[in-house]
Design a protein around this ligand. Structure first.
Ligand SMILES: Nc1ncnc2c1ncn2[C@@H]1O[C@H](COP(=O)(O)OP(=O)(O)O)[C@@H](O)[C@H]1O
Ligand SMILES: [Mg+2]
Length: 267
């Protein structure tokens, strides 16, 4: 049997709340409601779930979803080895059996025929049929399902079915307001507050370009990268170019706008 201790969040993760999301998530967990966190990439969704797992003292099993993932990757499969065939529980089954929080990260990346396997776990049944094995796993009382997704990437081809969406309590995440984001950079990158504020300022410029040539602005994650590089002695200009400009766009005009903001900020 899988040992859940490796899934314990041992140390308190640093999480800067943006509102009442901590107490609201705890309320959802008390009733074991499935939770969906929505928001752009790198805005703190995964960190929040990690923090909540720590706070609720539940093991956390995270699955990064992708297109090639099949229902068996979640549920489990028979493996053939020297001893014959044996059943191996997938991560969703392990979490349901043993009472972990199962976090399906970027769930829309998975195909819809994969995503439907979560349905029976997210309604009154709270059970997972292992068809190939002929077993019905009743979810442990502590089990909770959490999914994240980025509505920005949503297309008709890649969206959750309405029948899936309607099984979750949801949280909208966004990039933190400047004061909080500055605080996050100080904590996460170790930069002084004034440098953090300068980076946040550049983030603000990029986020205003969303829809005007940029699909998404600069994430908090990238601002942390820039901060870490600066902290290690890379010049702010180089750090910003590497972490904030080059990754997000190849458009010459947008790069020029961002370069300009960087030069104006770090004089
Ligand atoms: N509210 C927050 N508190 C603490 N760190 C944060 C917060 N928001 C973003 N971060 C930082 O940004 C990084 C990316 O956040 P993450 O949770 O991985 O984003 P995603 O929304 O893509 O899951 C984290 O590793 C952390 O350094
Ligand atoms: Mg994430």
């Amino acid at each position: 049997m899988t040992d859940l201790s490796e899934y314990r969040v041992r140390k308190e993760p640093f999480y800067q709340p943006q509102g009442h999301e901590v107490s609201l998530f705890a309320a959802a967990y008390r009733r074991r409601l499935p939770v969906m966190v929505k928001g752009p990439t790198g805005c703190g969704k995964s960190r929040f779930i990690e923090y909540m797992a720590w706070q609720l003292d539940r093991p956390l099993i995270t699955v990064a979803c992708n297109e090639d993932m099949s229902a068996s990757d979640l549920v489990g499969r028979y493996l053939l080895d020297a001893g014959g065939t044996r059943w191996i529980d997938g991560p969703l089954t392990v979490a349901a059996r043993l009472g972990a929080i199962c976090y399906l990260d970027e769930v829309v990346e998975a195909r819809q025929d994969t995503t439907v396997v979560i349905h029976s776990l997210t309604d009154h049944r709270r059970a997972l049929p292992l068809d190939k094995k002929g077993e019905l796993v009743r979810a442990h009382p502590d089990f909770q399902l959490v999914i994240s997704y980025n509505p920005g990437y949503q297309s008709l081809m890649k969206d959750l079915k309405s029948s899936t969406k309607q099984r979750f309590a949801a949280f909208d995440f966004a990039y933190p307001p400047p004061e909080l984001e500055t605080e996050i950079l100080v904590r996460e990158a170790g930069v002084p507050a004034h440098v953090a504020a300068q980076l946040v300022c550049i983030g603000g410029v990029a986020r205003k370009l969303k829809g005007h040539g940029l699909d998404e602005g600069i994430s908090t994650r990238l601002l942390v990268y820039a901060g870490v590089l600066i902290q290690d002695g890379v010049t702010p200009q180089d750090a910003c170019r590497m972490a904030l400009v080059t990754p997000i766009t190849d458009d010459a005009d947008i790069r020029a706008t961002l370069e300009h903001a960087i030069r104006a900020t770090f004089v």
